[in-house]
Design a protein around this ligand. Structure first.
Ligand SMILES: [Zn+2]
Length: 118
């Protein structure tokens, strides 16, 4: 028997899945938990939000750390909890990047089933 045996190596190296970030899920949850506030996140908000970000294009929290990061989210500094006056008060708005916003959401809403800290 001169036949050689060839082993087929069909086992591909497994790609390790990067741990999924929970930031988008938690942000969406925060809004769902607040049905009154959710109604306000409509067309007008999209428009106001956009113009606010044009005037304030950088994340304030990153700036505090000496970094320059584009803000993509307009955060309510004080939780509006469905309060329209507070919701539309621009002095209560802060431009944040996604990671700072999710960090804040976790902190103020208690995040993943944790008690909220003030
Ligand atoms: Zn930031």
């Amino acid at each position: 028997m001169a036949g050689k045996r060839y082993r087929l190596s069909t086992v591909k190296p497994r790609l390790q899945e990067a741990p999924k970030r929970l930031q988008t899920a938690s942000a969406a949850k925060a809004h769902k938990r607040d049905p009154a506030g959710r109604l306000m996140y409509g067309r007008r908000w999209q428009k106001e939000r956009k113009s606010f970000l044009q005037q304030h294009p950088l994340c304030v929290d990153c700036q505090r750390d000496g970094r320059v990061t584009a803000a993509t989210i307009v955060d309510h500094v004080k939780a509006h909890k469905g309060n329209e006056a507070l919701f539309w008060d621009r002095s209560n708005w802060a431009p944040l990047c996604a990671s700072h916003h999710s960090a804040k959401t976790v902190r103020t809403d208690g995040g993943f089933g944790l008690p909220a800290k003030s």
